[in-house]
Design a protein around this ligand. Structure first.
Ligand code: SF4
Length: 155
């Protein structure tokens, strides 16, 4: 790996930029994301910043079960994030459908739509867990362990 590539990789670990999508959540998980970037939990201390465009992000945070309506939107947002990228599924909904399980309007696990690198359990998870997952995702990106990097590596 060249010095330049190592520098980019190190920088990515120190400044994970995040884009979030509500794929059909009850808003409970989304309410827990907000304090992550407020003075109380201060995600900027770990370099994390919320971005308004997926094109500027390294990490996609997904909340809620994936609904039939949001499925294509989630896919499209994932495609817009430049590689390498990491995907974090927030709460029980994108993992199993949770309380929405069995509904004819949901697709199922987020895994069925985009490659998920990390699941954060809880209904909803606490801000500390969310920030920990962001840090972990940044480490995975640095080490080349996310699905997007493995896919690129293995062609
Ligand atoms: S995991 Fe719980 S809090 Fe989060 S969207 Fe699903 S039902 Fe709401």
């Amino acid at each position: 790996m060249s010095v330049f590539s190592r520098l980019i990789s190190y920088s990515r670990k120190r400044s994970p930029w995040v884009f979030r999508v509500n794929a059909g959540s009850c808003n409970g998980c989304d309410i827990e994301i907000t304090p992550c970037f407020s003075p109380r939990y201060d995600g900027e201390q770990i370099g994390a910043l919320m971005q308004g465009s997926p094109k500027h992000a390294d990490i996609l945070l997904i909340s809620g079960p994936i609904t039939l309506r949001t499925k294509e939107i989630v896919k499209d947002i994932y495609q817009q994030i430049p590689s390498p990228k990491a995907v974090i599924a927030l709460g029980s909904c994108p993992a199993s459908g949770n309380v929405f399980s069995g509904s004819p309007t949901i697709v199922g696990s987020a895994e069925a739509v985009v490659p998920v690198d990390l699941y954060v359990p809880g209904c909803p998870p606490r801000p500390q867990q969310i920030l920990e997952a962001i840090q972990l995702a940044a480490k995975m990106l640095e080490k080349g362990e996310t699905h997007s990097q493995k896919e690129a590596h293995y062609g």
